[in-house]
Design a protein around this ligand. Structure first.
Ligand SMILES: Nc1nc2c(c(=O)[nH]1)N[C@H]1C(S)=C(S)[C@@H](COP(=O)(O)OP(=O)(O)OC[C@H]3O[C@@H](n4cnc5c(=O)[nH]c(N)nc54)[C@H](O)[C@@H]3O)O[C@H]1N2
Ligand SMILES: Nc1nc2c(c(=O)[nH]1)N[C@H]1C(S)=C(S)[C@@H](COP(=O)(O)OP(=O)(O)OC[C@H]3O[C@@H](n4cnc5c(=O)[nH]c(N)nc54)[C@H](O)[C@@H]3O)O[C@H]1N2
Ligand SMILES: [Mo]
Length: 765
């Protein structure tokens, strides 16, 4: 009889046992609220969606390279591993020799799986660096705008994300938490690398029971768990900056802003105040002005401002707010609002970016380093902001602006992807389909026949973590987990490491890539770094074998000391912020000097960008495309839990009953969402939890086109990225704007085509 073995995932630690063809999963016993996402794991062992053998696109095989027109609509031919690896090596050699490393895109953005060694991005970057380098991507889809604006105005991104206000501080000291975008409990289910203890629900409950008030600012009412007893201020999507300005205006007019704090700790307040009070543009950003834009009552704005000034107040801004047009502004304005309240650095007060969006944000950070695979150095300096991939592929040589630099898109011939799903994460999928027809060759390592695999020329089947040993750990998770292999590789799947090792061998670089270590030897080798730090710090430091035997290891934490914000508050001269002024930049001379018309020297309200987009008569509804509660992004959409949430096989879309009634839509109807860019089917769920005029369709349903040969196709399954816009937040950050778009919705009167994307690839021979 098999024993349960320890393992871990982005959504929690667990033990598993495979017996009689069934995988049984049990959550970690110390996890107070295990994630339902664990329910997606058992399907890994048997799903027909898994890729079982290497496969090559017929058009590429027969006309290689460059025969790209049928990409996304072509047949695949299964080949042997030897043949596949030979083809990959030959093609890489050709592109590196003829065009150089700056013709290879190895962005490979994506969450892949937990596990420090087999982490797909680390593997692919290490491999491509060994071959001569690659064009990389910077920043993330998560926080593309915040990662650029925060360093200009406050300091290092992770100081104000991970290392600022802890859950303990909120439970202990916060009196009022104003959460722009909320803290949906579904989001805190996951954290990159592992999340062995889901504590957010209990922390919110504890704070609420002590008397802390939570205010949810969101178009959805369920972006807080019931335990928080949050009050809902329903806001029009994309208008938080106007609301924040209205709040700031009340503070100034009623003398509630902290002048002492602003003088001592910030620069540029006066210029911002001129804007706020309309001294230059004649527009006072008063509550009446704000209310017209954001849809929150004037009195509610005034009340909230006064309450904020009279209590220990924490302002949080979720990732979602900045994954939208001018996404830099709500983050910056949230910081300014917090500065005006003067509570930055106080226990449970001030500002925290994205608290609640990921499970380990707000936990104390580890005080020892984690095992990390050396990726070598990239010889290529070219990069793109990550969400500009379609622009890059469609417009080689074109100029674009990013964070004060004028740059040009490189001319990419080969794309290599391992551990991400661009046909999940990118916007305007019809445009991405066109972009993916540009390169000569696309190589993908995938575990399953996702849409990204279906747009590749060479598809190499990768194992999931369940099929290999690894070390699970994450910067804010106190447990390191021995991730023990639970099942044999499905089909002929191989570890990314094994795949890259064999390609490296074809370049005479096997030893350089593997350093002559087996993967088991790598685990022991990588563990040393943490082991040595534990020893040096006087902590219990078991050797690798002992750790592996036990299955887990408790790691030491940094103190809950308020982080850099507290140090700055206590002594701004000794611990200045690493901004040009050493202070909070309410006005940034640096940003002003870039001369952008879409991001100036201080935060401000920018009306929505594209006119066509806001053609309210044709596309009157705001579509919120947020993270799914039923899976991590697109991962394991074929899993039991994710599938249990579908209706008639489609992704659910929530519609306010009044909006549904106007359109003759009933609960459970198949509906068609559409706008100028595309359309998709989904299943209507009528719900008062969404604001009138707003509908909500989570990301992550695997893209399945109704006609893969058409230029403009409909997704029959419910992927919102067929509708979203592929434009950057602004020239400053060029972040993804995928969270919000505009659509119309109607009942789908025809017989909907069956969803077949989870059935895997059909080979025609
Ligand atoms: N419209 C809209 N779009 C969005 C968002 C939004 O809010 N709205 N959110 C964005 C955000 S925040 C993010 S982070 C992105 C997420 O985008 P991604 O991170 O690209 O999404 P995942 O589904 O996690 O993709 C990971 C892929 O890696 C594969 N994989 C897992 N383990 C392994 C492995 O060991 N080896 C290999 N080779 N492959 C593996 C999985 O099968 C899966 O297909 O999406 C973004 N897209
Ligand atoms: N279960 C699960 N959890 C996840 C993920 C997942 O895929 N599944 N993904 C993880 C990742 S990679 C990331 S980056 C984080 C993302 O964290 P977020 O980006 O914060 O998460 P979202 O769910 O996209 O959005 C949170 C809420 O913001 C609200 N919102 C949307 N637009 C607006 C607006 O204009 N104004 C206001 N005030 N509110 C708005 C929506 O109601 C939405 O539910 O989540 C992480 N957590
Ligand atoms: Mo993300």
């Amino acid at each position: 009889m098999n024993l349960f073995k320890t393992h871990s995932s982005h959504w929690g630690a667990f033990t598993g046992r495979y017996e009689n063809g069934k995988l049984e999963i049990r959550p970690h016993p110390a996890d107070p609220h295990p994630s339902p996402l664990l329910g997606n794991l058992p399907a890994i062992a048997h799903s027909p969606a898994r890729i079982r053998r290497p496969a090559v696109r017929r058009g590429w095989l027969e006309g290689a390279p460059g025969n790209a027109q049928k990409r996304g609509a072509d047949d695949y031919v299964e080949v042997s591993w030897t043949q596949a690896l030979d083809l990959v090596a030959k093609e890489l050699r050709r592109v590196y020799e003829d065009f150089g490393p700056q013709a290879v895109f190895g962005g490979s953005y994506g969450w892949a799986s937990a596990g420090r060694f087999h982490h797909a991005q680390s593997q692919v970057h290490r491999f491509l660096n060994l071959l001569g380098g690659y064009v990389r991507s910077v920043n993330t889809y998560s926080s593309g705008a915040a990662m650029v604006i925060i360093p200009h105005v406050l300091g290092p991104y992770d100081h104000f994300e991970r290392k600022s206000v802890t859950w303990d501080a909120i439970e202990r000291s916060s009196e009022l938490v104003v959460a722009f975008g909320g803290m949906a409990i579904k989001n805190a289910d996951v954290h990159g690398g592992g999340n062995s203890q889901h504590i957010v629900r209990d922390k919110l409950k504890g704070a609420s029971e002590r008397g802390a008030r939570f205010v949810l600012i969101s178009p959805l009412s369920d972006d807080f768990p019931p335990e928080a007893n949050a009050e809902w201020l329903s806001v029009v999507p994309g208008t938080d900056v106007a609301l924040m300005l209205g709040l700031a205006y009340v503070l100034v007019r009623e003398g509630l802003h902290d002048r002492g704090f602003l003088d001592r700790y910030t620069v540029g307040y006066e210029r911002f105040e001129d804007y706020l009070l309309g001294r230059n543009d004649g527009v006072e950003k008063c509550p009446e002005w704000a209310s017209d834009i954001c849809g929150v009552d004037v009195d509610a704005i005034k009340d909230l401002a006064r309450t904020m000034a009279g209590a220990r107040t924490l302002i949080t801004v979720s990732h979602s707010l900045q994954r939208a047009d001018h996404g830099e502004q709500p983050v910056w304005m949230g910081i300014v609002l917090a500065a005006m309240l003067g509570q930055m650095g106080l226990d449970g007060g001030g500002f925290s970016y994205s608290l609640g969006a990921l499970g380990n944000t707000g936990k104390r950070q580890l005080s020892v380093p984690l095992p990390t695979l050396n990726q070598f150095k990239n010889a290529v300096s070219d990069f793109i902001p990550v969400a500009r991939i379609a622009d890059m592929l469609l417009n080689p040589g074109d100029e674009f602006h990013y964070n004060g630099r004028a740059m040009r898109y490189p001319d990419i011939r080969l794309v290599y992807w391992a551990g991400g799903n661009p046909f999940h994460h990118h916007q305007d999928l019809n445009r991405l389909r066109a972009a993916f027809r540009r390169p000569e060759t696309i190589i993908v390592h995938e575990t399953a026949w996702t849409s990204s695999a279906r747009h590749a020329d060479i598809v190499l089947p990768a194992t999931t973590t369940l099929e290999r040993d690894d070390i699970g750990a994450s910067g804010g998770d106190p447990l390191m987990i021995a991730m023990k292999k639970l099942i044999e590789p499905v089909g002929e799947a191989r570890d990314d490491y094994a795949i890259f090792s064999e390609i490296a061998r074809r370049f005479g670089k096997f030893e350089a890539f593997t350093e002559n270590r087996t993967s088991t030897e790598w685990l022991a080798f990588l563990f040393k770094r943490t082991h040595e730090a534990l020893s040096a710090g006087g902590h219990e430091a078991p050797d690798f074998e002992t750790f592996w035997e036990r299955g887990e290891l408790q790691l030491p934490l940094q103190p809950d000391d308020g982080g850099p914000a507290r140090a700055f508050r206590d002594d701004p001269l000794a611990s200045p912020l690493p901004t040009p002024s050493g202070k909070i930049e309410i006005f940034s001379q640096t940003i002003e000097s870039f001369g952008y018309d879409d991001c100036g020297g201080h935060p401000r309200w920018y009306p929505p960008k594209a006119k066509a987009e806001t053609d309210e008569s044709r596309y009157p509804l705001h579509l919120v495309c947020n993270q799914p509660h039923s899976r991590l992004h697109s991962q394991l959409d074929y899993g039991d839990f994710s599938r249990s949430t579908k209706i008639k096989g489609r992704e659910p879309v929530r519609v306010n009953p009044a909006d549904a009634a106007e359109r003759g839509i009933s609960d459970g109807d198949i509906v068609r969402l559409f706008n100028a860019r595309g359309s998709c089917l989904a299943a209507a769920v009528l719900s008062e939890d969404v604001r009138r005029g707003v509908i909500q369709l989570a990301t992550g349903a695997w893209f399945e086109p109704d006609d893969a040969t058409a230029d403009k196709t409909m997704c029959i399954h419910g992927n919102p990225n067929i509708l979203t816009r592929d434009v950057g937040t602004s020239q400053l950050a060029q972040g993804s704007t995928g969270q919000l778009t505009r659509v119309e919705v109607e009942r789908f009167a025809n017989e909907p085509p069956p969803v077949r994307i989870f059935e895997g690839m059909r080979f025609t021979g």
